[in-house]
Every structure is written in C-alpha cells, then in structure tokens.
Design a protein around this ligand. Structure first.
Ligand code: NAD
Ligand code: K
Ligand code: MN
Length: 362
C-alpha cells in the first residue's frame, strides 16, 4: 500500500478536538482505499510554550520537511498573547515552507441554514485565494518610544513584484480550471496608492496570459457588500493577506458557520509540505465541551487528499460530509443543532464504510 506521511499539529483549544476527528475520518478512508497514512503527532502550541518558552522547537520545521502534508488545528491560547501564538507556530510554518497560496473554498452545503435568504446553494460557490507570505502580515515594522506620548508604531504592508506575480498567476490558473472561468481581483488602490497600484498593474499584466478568464476588479469594502447582495456574480477571488483574511471569515459566515470552512496553505511548487486546516481558531468559548464542529477540518482533509492526488477518496469524503450536513440531527450547536463532535465524526466514518461496502451498479 502507498503510504502518505502526515504531520498532525492540533495546537490549542478546539484544535485538539477537531484534528483527532480529522485523523479518524482519514483512517476510515484509508481502510477502504489503496493507500494508508503514517501519522506523526506534534504537541506544539500553548502547552509547549508553557513548558519550553516557545510554541515549537527551533528545529521543528526539519521534523515536518519530509512529510507529504500537514493537518493543522489552531494556534491561540487564552493565557498567551495572540501575536506570540500566531507568529510562533502557524506563521512560522507558512513562511518557513513558503506556503504562499492560501486557498479557501466556500459553498452552502446541503441542509445548512445560511443567512443569505435570497441565495440558493448554486449561487454561492466561491474560492478565495489569499496571498499568504507578505503584504500586511509581512512582520515588517516596529515600535519606538514605547509607552511614551510620542510613541510611533508601524506594520508595513510590504509587497514584492515577485510575490504579487506568483499569487496572481496562481489565482488566474485556478479560475481557469473552474467552470465559470471568472476572477475578481480585490484591491484598495484608491487609498493605498503604492503597493496596491502595483497589485492592479500586475493583475492586468498576468491576465494577458489567460485570455479565456473573465476578470474584474473590486475595492475590498465594496466587495463585502457584493458578497451579500450579489453572491452569484463572484466565483474565484484573489486578495491580499489581510483583505482575504477578513473576506473569508465573512464568506464562511454567509455560508452558515465559521465551523465549516476549510483552507489549504499551499506551496504550489511543491518544494515543501502544504498545510491544511479549518479557518477557525481555538474557540475558547466552547473548547473542551464537545461542541466543536469538525466539518471545517473534514473539508480541509478533502483538500489535503486532492493535494495528494487522491481525487476519488476526496470525492468520497466530500459526499459523506454533504450527507451528514443534510441531516439536521447531525448538526452541532453552531448550526443550531445538538450533535457533538464525536457523533458527527462517527457518522462520517460510518458513511465512508457503508458507501465502500455498497456494490457497484451492474
Ligand atoms: P475563533 O474562530 O476561535 O472563534 C470565533 C467564534 O466562532 C467563536 O464563537 C467560536 O465558538 C466559533 N467557532 C469557531 N470554530 C468553531 C467550530 N469549529 N465549531 C463551532 N463554533 C466555532 O476566533 P477567535 O475567537 O477570534 O480566536 C480565538 C483564538 O484563536 C485566538 O487566539 C486567535 O488568535 C486564534 N486563531 C487562530 C487561527 C489559526 O490558527 N489559524 C485562526 C483564527 C483565530
Ligand atoms: K485554524
Ligand atoms: Mn483569520
């Protein structure tokens, strides 16, 4: 059997609940497929920080380097400042492995009560491509005269031509691969007159390589309104690190819940392992209670399988997910239901086993 080496990093909060759930579902798939998984678990995050003074070991990336993919939960601990947990773990991996494309699909799954009342599931099928290596989250900046009245603080939104070009090309290519071949380039070049103007210029330049892709530009603020009022006019979107961060939480909420949405932090050149995770965080308010919706992690596992080239298994998992969201008795509390993380996980595992047992139609 082909073996995929998968690193699991549950991290903090409900990450510790949803990542084992994801692992269980992947194991259920492997049991009915021609491949298997060799999981290695890494207990990095807030607890590691309390014991060692850092979120992950200094040579942590070396332990991940030879993996085929990473399944991640969340970084964020109630007792540690968020910028330490984020930069010390998740961003360290994203930047260390140059996972410059953050891909976030959004659809309204069957059975989910989405807040866009006039929108059918067919009218909301988006993929947001987030620049994941620079921009507003490049880490460039500083504070001077800290605590004094004359204090100055900056976070420089640093963009490089090479960085923008590669994410634009990725987004155009992705748009080209989807049925509608439609791309919206999200911008803010009216107010941010340097980097974002370059962003627009590069979009125009890269678009020449993709004559079959229809594309338009939208200011990020207007884009939020368009997502609510005219969802069907959007398909693939590309936006900066900060803009896409915000737009994709909005997208998830419009599709029913933050607990459903998946993401992949991808190195398209495959020099390093890519990392898949639900878009949500540690969810301090519900952690340890069995209330976490594991669907975002399951859908992230679908993306992980697609990345490995296991498209049949990916499809099988997506079908199982859609069957359980269609059943309101299997909705967790964020969807208005009473099901627990474990019940949803077991239901998905059972679906996978039964569909595999069902004989093929003659
Ligand atoms: P959050 O995503 O953790 O939670 C926001 C709200 O959504 C909460 O009410 C929570 O209960 C709910 N929610 C989230 N996921 C859910 C799920 N699977 N099932 C049911 N309900 C769910 O965002 P936050 O509260 O802003 O952040 C909490 C911590 O997580 C912070 O430390 C933050 O920095 C961190 N965080 C980490 C990541 C990451 O690791 N990628 C992403 C976002 C936030
Ligand atoms: K996450
Ligand atoms: Mn976010």
């Amino acid at each position: 059997k082909k073996t995929y080496r998968i690193a699991c990093i549950p991290g903090d909060g409900i990450g510790k609940e949803v990542v084992p759930a994801g692992q269980a579902v992947l194991e259920a798939l492997a049991a009915v497929s021609s491949f298997q998984f060799a999981f290695e678990n890494f207990g990095w995050g807030g607890d590691w920080f309390r014991a060692h003074g850092e979120m992950m070991p200094k040579d942590g990336l070396d332990a991940l380097r030879n993996k085929d993919a990473i399944l991640f939960g969340s970084a964020g601990d109630p007792d540690i400042p968020d910028h330490i947990t984020l930069w010390g773990l998740r961003l360290k991996i994203c930047q260390g492995f140059d996972q410059y494309a953050n891909v976030r699909p959004t659809r309204i799954l069957p059975g989910i009560d989405a807040p866009l009342k006039r929108c059918t599931p067919q009218q909301l099928d988006w993929v947001i491509v987030r620049e994941n290596s620079e921009g507003e989250y490049s880490g460039v900046g500083g504070r001077a005269h800290q605590g004094h009245p004359i204090e100055v603080a900056t976070d420089v939104s640093m963009m490089t031509r090479a960085g923008v070009e590669r994410i634009m090309r990725y987004a155009f290519k992705l748009a080209q691969s989807r049925p509608r071949k439609l791309l919206t380039v999200v911008t803010k070049s009216n107010a941010q007159r340097h980097a974002m103007v370059m962003w627009d210029e590069i979009a125009l330049q890269v678009s020449q390589e993709f004559p079959d892709v229809t594309w338009d530009k939208e200011l990020v603020d207007a884009c939020t309104a368009r997502m609510v009022n005219r969802p069907a006019t959007l398909d693939t979107l590309v936006a900066t690190n900060l803009h896409a961060d915000i737009l994709s939480d909005l997208a998830a909420a419009l599709a029913g819940s933050l607990g459903i949405a998946p993401t992949g932090n991808i190195d398209p050149e495959r020099r390093y392992p890519s990392m898949f995770e639900p878009i949500h965080g540690s969810a301090f308010d519900i952690m340890g209670k069995g209330l976490a919706n594991p669907v975002g992690t399951f859908w992230s596992c679908v993306m992980l399988l697609e990345h490995l080239g296991e498209n049949a298994a990916a499809q099988q998992l997506m079908q199982a997910i859609e069957q359980i969201t269609a059943d309101v008795s299997l909705h967790t509390r964020d969807l208005g239901g009473t099901a627990t993380t474990t019940q949803v996980t077991q239901a998905v595992c059972e679906r996978i086993a039964t569909t595999a047992r069902r004989p093929l139609a003659a």
